[in-house]
Design a protein. Structure first.
Length: 415
């Protein structure tokens, strides 16, 4: 049965096994992720316009989007547009937990998953026909499992290339599934506005419209020389490739993280040495916990400082032995901070970052034995604190110096 691919659909149509084997890439994207988690967990928020975040809109429900609210919009502006919207504070730990559960479903679905963010990923389902069915059937199962196991709706695009699969998932939202067969690629892609192409923002869009180009198909038919003259060689050729669905990139598992870092800005009134040390300790807590959670050790510790004049400086320290110990890393950070104290006192500080580099698996290196003290004491303390935070949340146990710190820790892909 043919389908008009200019409109998204929520229910897939029957298809022949052979046709779908040519569309092996899935792009799965959770719908209004933060807002959907809030509506899942609080029935009073369902089917109502709601906003996550007060100063800036971090996310909003589809009911709020229908009134004109958009992500990254100023909170006051959003409430002027949609005064009936319910505003809730972000719960990053809930979003992180939901993301991990969704990625578990991804891993059950395909051995090759390329995570793009905490709420979207590419899946290569090539070769799974005899195990899980054709790509469309796999996509149906994926959407069902995410809803059953995590309680969230997810939109999926299925196509021959990563680019087209992502466009298809976007066109299928919310809560949709859209399959683009190879013989229907141009029929689906070419009527879309140029803004659907990756890399077409306001500036590029304005240039294209000034050339009389408003659809993807018009780009596909445009001479390369004309696009290159208007947009530059790289951008012109890239848009021409995308408009003709030329995207040879394979789905590739994310490379292991080479470093783990965190940074935080200072309130303008907080500049004492005690407050600087407290913030540094909090950053070390966050980075060392992630380091241990990823099963790695670090060999180098670095700090970055932004001064009052917005200029930056950095220092690093190579450790005598790789470690994942909070106290060992904090000791190195304090040494680096001591070396920067004169500059901080002279120029002020507005932001501090801590980065752990030279990562290696914690079972691949011979650790240096301590010459004094109990080698298990700090490891046992770190493990106990990590377990408490994992079970009851990152705020379950906090340094006394950070009790009044109400900063938000953004969720990340697993390290």
């Amino acid at each position: 049965m043919d389908r008009d691919y200019s409109t998204p659909v929520a229910v897939p149509h029957p298809c022949h096994h052979g046709a779908m084997s040519e569309t092996p890439i899935l792009h799965a994207d959770l719908d209004a992720f933060f807002a959907s988690v809030e509506q899942r967990d609080d029935p009073a928020l369902r089917d109502r316009p709601m906003i996550v975040g007060r100063g800036v809109v971090l996310a909003c429900s589809y009911e709020a989007k229908a009134r004109g609210v958009r992500t990254a919009m100023n909170g006051a502006q959003a409430l002027r547009i949609c005064p009936e919207a319910i505003v809730v504070p972000p719960r990053m730990e809930a979003y992180t937990k939901a993301s991990r559960e969704v990625y578990e479903v991804f891993a059950e679905t395909s051995p090759l998953v390329e995570g793009l963010s905490i709420d979207e990923a590419f899946l290569d389902v090539r070769g799974l026909e005899h195990v899980s069915g054709n790509p469309e059937q796999i996509a149906v199962q994926l959407r069902r499992k995410v809803l059953e196991k995590v309680g969230l709706k997810i939109s999926v695009g299925v196509a021959r290339t990563k680019f087209l699969a992502k466009v298809a998932s976007g066109e299928s939202k919310p809560d949709g599934l859209l399959v683009v067969r190879p013989d229907q690629e141009a029929a689906f892609l070419h009527p879309l506005p140029v803004e659907r192409l990756w890399g077409v923002g306001k500036v590029t869009s304005a240039k294209l419209h000034s050339m009389g180009i408003s659809t993807v198909g018009e780009i596909a038919r445009c001479p390369e020389s004309r696009l290159v003259a208007a947009l530059g060689e790289s951008s012109g050729r890239r848009l021409l490739d995308l408009a003709n669905n030329r995207d040879p990139r394979p789905v590739a598992a994310r490379a292991p993280r080479r470093s783990i870092g965190a940074q935080s800005a200072f309130p303008r009134s907080s500049r004492t040495l005690e407050e600087i040390d407290a913030l540094a300790a909090g950053l070390v807590d966050r980075t060392s916990r992630r380091l241990r959670g990823s099963g790695q050790l670090c060999g180098t510790v670095s700090i970055s400082i932004r001064f009052d004049d917005m200029k930056r400086a950095g220092r690093s320290r190579r450790l005598t032995a790789p470690t994942a110990s909070t106290e060992g890393i904090l000791s190195a950070v304090r040494t680096l901070m001591d070396g920067s104290r004169a500059l901080i006192e002279e120029r002020g500080i507005t932001l501090l970052g801590v980065t752990l580099d030279d990562l290696a698996p914690d079972d691949s290196l011979q650790l240096e034995l301590p010459l004094s003290g109990d080698p298990d004491e700090t490891a046992a303390l770190d493990a106990a604190v990590d377990e408490l935070r994992q079970r009851f949340g990152s705020k379950a146990i906090t340094r006394a110096s950070l009790v009044d710190n109400d900063g938000v820790e953004a969720p990340l892909l697993p390290d």
